[in-house]
Design a protein around this ligand. Structure first.
Ligand code: ADP
Ligand code: MG
Length: 373
């Protein structure tokens, strides 16, 4: 049984001049029990609306939602086996940490002794033992977020919905909480549906990610699939740093294509299916997959399985960023390509200077070809 299933779910709102506006369009997704599943996309793409429909705060205009195999159509939020954690915590300021966490259980008239044990248990889980008597204003942002999490977990939901829960925290704390949240999720085994606009966060935490844009899900996959095998221009561009070169097919032979970029650069890419000559394509090259060499470097054929494409270029920009150095290299007249080289050895640091002629080399099997525009 799936933890959550969305079948053809759409949501329209009345926009300006009473016109219908589709905030979520024909979403189909299946989320497994115990999965850490993220909805990732830019602001306004429909993530919160999707989450609110699962929680029951909004009803779909079309489509069905199932949680643990049960249709949710007629179920109000408090009768759904889910709980939500929001970015703004929504803690009661006049209640202590323990009272905030106990609140939901007291509403359900659970015996006091049992409430106390459960509150202690969950505060241990979020590392807030010793903070029971404090008020929210006496806590840091990270601690307040833990209380919000404890309050949601104490009710033992089957599914926890989290809407940009770390958005208000500074970068260092956010990174730390990402790892803690992930560990916690594995520990409690609850299905998490996590909304974020931060692609790095989604890659770090998720078992699977649904990438959304303009109300639609464009791709669902593991972090590796989403990063390495984007199926659209949008996903390739939204996830990580990317070079996307437009070109057209000039020749197909066996499982390889020759693609010409602006009548200047020729690139070999692997491609098994039939494709029309002159077909317009996008080539996706991740910055870490290209290598820089001195301009007079001889290509070494035969030492690697995949053919290499190499072009001469000129370094325009060098930025040292600790683990890597980021180079922007001009190829031909109008193409800039970003390349990241890891600084494994000290001699690699800023190996090439701005203005220097270089050779850029990419293995054909690390170039991804996209047909869309
Ligand atoms: P996200 O969480 O991805 O930033 P939302 O789901 O909040 O996006 O919003 C998606 C779109 O729906 C936005 O254009 C937003 O303005 C619109 N929207 C959300 N809620 C409402 C509402 N209650 N009434 C009208 N429009 C809404
Ligand atoms: Mg939102």
């Amino acid at each position: 049984m799936k933890a959550v299933e969305l079948v053809n779910v759409s949501k329209s709102f009345k926009g300006t001049q009473n016109r219908e506006f589709l905030a979520v369009e024909q979403i189909n997704v299946e989320i497994a029990q115990g999965e850490f599943f993220s909805l990732l996309g830019p602001s306004g793409c429909g993530k919160t609306t999707t989450l609110r429909m699962i929680a029951g705060f909004e009803l779909p205009t079309f489509g069905e939602i199932y949680i643990e195999g049960q249709a949710m159509e007629k179920r109000p939020p408090f009768h759904r086996p889910v709980n939500t954690v929001f970015q703004n915590y929504a803690l009661f300021p006049h209640l202590t940490v323990a009272e905030n966490v106990a609140f939901g259980l007291e509403m359900e008239k659970i015996p006091r002794a049992k409430i106390r044990t459960q509150v202690t248990e969950v505060l241990e889980m979020v590392k807030l033992v010793g903070y029971e008597k404090r008020y929210p204003r006496q806590l840091s942002g990270g601690q307040q977020q833990r209380v919000a999490l404890a309050r949601a977990l104490v009710k033992k939901p089957k599914v926890l919905l989290l809407d940009e829960p770390l958005g208000a925290l500074d970068l260092k704390l956010r990174k730390q909480m990402q790892l803690e949240l992930k560990q916690m999720q594995q520990q409690v085994g609850i299905t998490f549906i996590y909304v974020t606009h931060d692609q790095e966060e989604a890659l770090t935490m998720s078992d699977r990610i649904a990438v959304m844009n303009k109300g639609k899900i464009l791709q669902v996959g593991t972090p590796v699939e989403i990063y390495e095998e984007p199926t659209s221009h949008f996903v390739a561009d939204f996830i990580g740093e990317t070079n996307i070169l437009r070109g057209r097919v000039v020749k197909q032979q066996e499982d390889e294509l020759l693609v010409l970029i602006d009548n200047q650069l020729m690139i070999t890419v692997p491609y098994g299916e039939k494709i029309a000559i002159d077909q317009a394509v996008n080539l996706v090259i991740r910055p870490e997959k290209a290598t820089l060499y001195p301009a007079n470097h001889e290509d070494q054929f035969g030492t690697r399985s995949a053919p290499q494409s190499s072009w001469l270029g000129k370094v325009e920009e060098v930025v040292y960023i600790g683990t890597d150095t980021r180079y922007v290299v001009r190829l031909g007249e109008q193409h800039l390509i970003t390349i990241r080289q890891q600084n494994i050895h000290r001699s690699y640091l800023q190996q090439y200077q701005a203005g220097e002629a270089v050779k850029v080399s990419v293995s054909a099997d690390s170039i991804r070809l996209l047909l869309d525009y």
